[in-house]
Design a protein around this ligand. Sequence first.
Ligand SMILES: NC(=O)c1ccc[n+]([C@@H]2O[C@H](COP(=O)([O-])OP(=O)(O)OC[C@H]3O[C@@H](n4cnc5c(N)ncnc54)[C@H](OP(=O)(O)O)[C@@H]3O)[C@@H](O)[C@H]2O)c1
Length: 323
Amino acid sequence: MLTRRDWFRTAAATGAALSLNPRVLGAWEGRAWKGQDLISRAIPSSGEQVPIIGLGSSATFRRVAGSGEVEPLGEVLRTFVDKGARVFDTAPSYGDSEEVAGELAAQMGFSERIFWATKVNVARGGSADPAAARDQIERSFGYFGVDTIDLIQVHNLGDPPTQVGILQELKQEGRIRYLGITSTRKQQYPALAQAMQDYPLDFIGIDYAANNTSAADEIFPIAMDRGIGILVYVPFGRNLFTRASGQELPEWASGLGATTWAQFFLKFAAAHPAVTCVTPATSNPEHMLDNIGAAMGRLPDEDEQARMVEVVEALPPAPRRRG
Ligand SMILES: NC(=O)c1ccc[n+]([C@@H]2O[C@H](COP(=O)([O-])OP(=O)(O)OC[C@H]3O[C@@H](n4cnc5c(N)ncnc54)[C@H](OP(=O)(O)O)[C@@H]3O)[C@@H](O)[C@H]2O)c1
C-alpha cells in the first residue's frame, strides 16, 4: 500500500493518473455507458443539471484520508470523475477529507470537473466568530485549489445569522455559486424548516433513506415550495447494509436497473422529486462504481417506492449494540 506522501510523489513524477483495478472495470463490462447517461436533476435556483449520485466524505472516506494510505481514495475519485459524477460533499470537520480530496483531484488534473460542496461551522455555544468562519472558508479554497467553490453550507445549523450572512457576501462576490444549511438531527428539523423560510437558500443537506423518511414529510415540501435543492445524506440509513446482509434482493428490482442492495437503497433516496443529489460516502472504488450504477436505468415511481419501504421493513432487525 502506498502512503499518502508516496502516492503524491509517484503521481507527480509520472504525471500519470491511477489506473483502475481490472476487477473494478470488470464490474461494468457489457454495460453501455456514457457520462451523459447518468440520471440528472436540475438545481432549482439555477436550472444547472447535476448527476443524481455524488460522493460523501465522512465515515470511511474520512478514516482512510486520515490513515496516510490514500491510494484507494485516488481510485474512488478517479472512478467518480471518469464515470461522469460531479457532486463531492465534504466539510472542514471531516478530518483530512477536504485536503486529501483537493490534492488528489489536483494531481489527477480534474479539480475543475468536480462540483465542490463543503461546509462552514465555527459556532461554539451557539455563536460563530466571523473571522474564524472566514479563515475556515479560506482553508477550503486552499485545499481545493479553485477560484470558485460551488456550494458552501452552514453545517448543522451553526449560527445561521452570522454564517449564512458570510456566505451571502461570498455569493455576491462570485466566490461561491450556491449556499445552504445542513442538519441530520430530527430535533433540528423545526429550526431547519424556519431557516428555509428566513434565508435565500439554494440547498439544504439532510438525512433520508428507505428506513428514515421523516424528511419527506417535514422538510421536502418546504424545499419544493421555496425552490431549494436537496443533498441527501446517510442514504444507507445507518444500518441497512447490516439488515440486508445475506438477504435476496427482490427480483422486481432488476426492472429498475438495481442489481445490488446499495443501488436499491440509493434509487429509493434519489426517487423523491425534491432530491437533487444523493451523496453516499465510500472509500472503495468498487463501491463507487456500484453507487454510480444507481444513476442508471430508471428511478422507482411512487408505488414502487412504497414497495421498497415494505421490503426494508421486512428485513431482519439490526443486531443490538452491546454496551
Ligand atoms: N450534518 C451533515 O452535514 C451530514 C451528516 C451526515 C452525513 N453527511 C454527508 O453525507 C455523506 C453520506 O453519509 P454517511 O457517510 O454518514 O453514510 P453513508 O453514505 O450512508 O454510508 C457510508 C458507508 O456505506 C459503505 N458503502 C458505501 N457504498 C457502499 C456499497 N456500494 N456497498 C457496500 N457498502 C457501501 C461505506 O463503506 P466503504 O468505504 O467500505 O464503501 C460506509 O461504511 C457523508 O459522507 C457526508 O458527506 C453530512
